[in-house]
Design a protein around this ligand. Structure first.
Ligand code: ATP
Ligand code: MG
Length: 579
């Protein structure tokens, strides 16, 4: 492509509303434009990057045996009512009505549609397993669309759905997708980790998120420092083992004593007033779990992990108690809840609380706390369980070694669905014995447009993005300097044709612009390789080759250019860990 005939509307300044680097650079490099909140047009360069990502995903999905289809973005509300998600999904589901006043929605995901397709078509175990995928535009009316392509309302997703006849098959389908994702993210040239994620009601090791590692990521992940151990988990999933040592619930403890703690509402205030460490205190958190009153106890210096608590209770909806509920259940204003005499249906404690005694906690009375609390003697704990958020100082739950916290951007998710949709939508097949069985499903999503943004979050400098060669809109920027020298232009045009002949994606900057403008634009577009031809070089029989990532320059001979370029190109791909 010749830049003089192309459409790359670069910007000099960062757009005011762009908060993260990928958003700024996608706008400045003329790759996307905002239509309205969270909704973008892909300009030629942005579209090329998006298509390259999609191409790699398509190849890896096909290789793994998944079959491509394309489902509609407008979906009938009736299907969503069948699974109950019409009521459950909330405001992210954009609902619309047609002229006959019938309910529709814009698809935020396609479990209903694909399940409806399969139940109408697949009847026998002989047709299973099957994995159907698509690369398609989703709509989610996100509460806070932001960061450009990172969290849009309209975005491109690759979503796949597997249907199996038995558990072993479903597990094999899951593993196949896990491996296809690993291969795909390697080919995309990104530093990533597959991390354990919450799998809700399904349980087990059947949900992984693929995270692109970048300081600006919205997710925090816990990673074992020992690569051999390999433990990596989303914070909401990371388990915390029970500390070693015997149960101390029944250990000797002075008699319970109520003390006055006027005006102390927070852990800090209570600890300052009583001159104790937060770890000597029990924090009591009250929740409404599907209409039932429950309490969670964690040490004063810990955070409750609500996902773990929700999974323990097996409830659908877990809400912090409101002020009226707190008053009704504790008989006190907010800030004085404690496990002694609490009027709730169940008190659940983090398992580390069972390894010590003599606690301080709220007294369920205004301006009062209790001292010398023994959970075994003074309270009724329904269960001790892993309930808190892991901390960077905790040992690895798998090998006991040190862990680190790092930031990641969720770019993919593989998830075992089990029977959730096949049951709700009666998706059955006849097994080998002619017996009707429900299909076992899995779903596998990748944020195609989010990957383009993540690649930039991970690779950029003050001049612009630096694309991995496999997903760069073009692999090479070819610049001709000295617009007034026809022999330079002729030679550059010749090289341009030669590169195209070699199957290289090259953007030739043939504009009548100053060298400085061309250099800046080439850096701003961020293709991994730059070739610069000037009058001096032409005379000396060389062209300058610059590695956009390292800034390293070398000279390639014009005589035998093709071979020299091919060798350099190989070097650049290898430096990205790519072949
Ligand atoms: P998040 O927690 O970031 O909202 P999610 O759990 O809702 O993601 P999934 O439903 O698993 O996401 O969707 C599959 C993939 O689609 C995600 O891994 C992510 O890469 C991408 N994705 C989800 N929401 C958006 C969005 N608003 N904009 C761009 N990509 C998105
Ligand atoms: Mg979401």
């Amino acid at each position: 492509m010749r830049l003089s005939r192309y459409y790359v509307p670069t910007l000099k300044e960062d757009p005011a509303e762009a908060e993260v680097v990928s958003h700024k650079l996608l706008m400045r490099a003329g790759m996307i434009r905002k239509l309205t909140s969270g909704i973008y047009t892909y300009l030629p360069l942005g579209l090329r990057a998006l298509n390259k990502v999609a191409g790699i995903l398509r190849e890896e999905m096909n290789r793994a045996g998944a079959v491509e289809i394309l489902m509609p973005s407008v979906q009938p509300g009736d299907l969503w009512k069948e699974t109950g998600r019409w009521d459950f999904y909330g405001k992210e589901l954009l609902r619309i009505k047609d002229r006959h006043d019938r309910d529709y929605c814009l698809g935020p995901t396609h479990e209903e549609v694909v399940t409806d397709l399969v139940r109408g078509e697949i009847k026998s175990y002989k047709q299973l397993p099957i994995n159907l995928y698509q690369i398609q535009t989703k709509f989610r009316d996100e509460i806070r669309p932001r960061f450009g392509l990172m969290r849009g309302r309209e975005f491109v997703m690759k979503d796949a759905y597997s249907f199996d006849k038995d558990e072993a098959g479903a597990e094999a389908s899951y593993r196949a997708m896990f491996e296809a994702y690993t291969k795909a993210f390697q080919r995309l040239g990104l530093k990533f980790r597959a991390v354990q994620a919450d799998s809700g009601a399904i349980g087990g090791d059947f949900s992984h998120e693929f995270m692109v590692l970048a300081a600006t990521g919205e997710d925090t992940i816990a990673v074992c420092r020992d690569a051999k151990c390999g433990f990596a988990a989303n914070l909401e999933k990371a388990k915390v083992n029970k500390p070693a040592g015997d149960c101390a619930c029944a250990a000797a403890c002075p008699a319970l004593e109520t003390v006055s703690t006027p005006g102390t509402h927070t852990v800090e205030e209570v600890c300052a007033f009583l001159r104790i460490e937060p770890k000597a205190l029990i924090k009591t958190l009250l929740f409404d779990a599907d209409g039932k009153a429950v309490a969670a106890l964690v040490r004063g210096d810990r955070q409750l992990n609500e996902v773990k608590f929700k999974n323990l209770l097996k409830c659908n909806d877990l809400k912090l108690a409101d002020e009226a509920q707190v008053r009704a259940w504790t008989g006190a204003p907010v800030g004085f809840a404690g496990p002694v005499g609490l009027k709730v249906e169940g008190v659940y404690a983090d398992h580390e609380l069972c390894c010590a005694t003599d606690w301080v906690a709220g007294a369920n009375a205004a301006d009062a706390h209790v001292k010398h609390l023994s959970l075994g003697r003074d309270a009724k704990v329904a269960a001790f369980a892993d309930l808190r958020v892991i901390e960077p100082t905790d040992p690895c739950p798998e090998c006991g070694g040190p862990i680190d916290f790092t930031k990641g951007i969720e770019v993919g998710h593989v998830f075992k669905l089990g029977l959730k949709y096949s049951k709700a939508m009666q998706t059955t097949f006849l097994d080998e014995n002619g017996k009707e069985q429900l299909m076992i499903m899995g779903c596998y999503g990748i944020g195609v447009s989010r990957i383009v943004a993540s690649a930039i979050e991970q690779n950029n400098d003050d001049k612009g993005p630096i694309f991995p060669p496999s997903i760069a809109p073009f692999e090479v920027s070819l610049l001709s300097l000295g617009a007034k020298e026809p022999e330079v232009l002729d030679k550059a045009a010749e090289l341009y044709e030669e590169l195209r002949g070699m199957g290289v994606d090259v953007l030739y900057d043939d504009r009548d612009e100053r060298p400085g403008v061309k250099f800046n634009d080439a850096d701003l577009m961020g293709f991994p390789m730059q070739l610069v031809l000037g009058g001096k070089g032409l005379k000396a029989g060389i062209i300058e080759a610059k590695d956009r990532k390292t800034g390293e320059r070398k000279e390639l001979p014009l005589a035998g250019f093709g071979e020299a370029f091919a060798a350099w190109r190989k070097e650049i791909w290898r430096s990205w860990g790519l072949e």
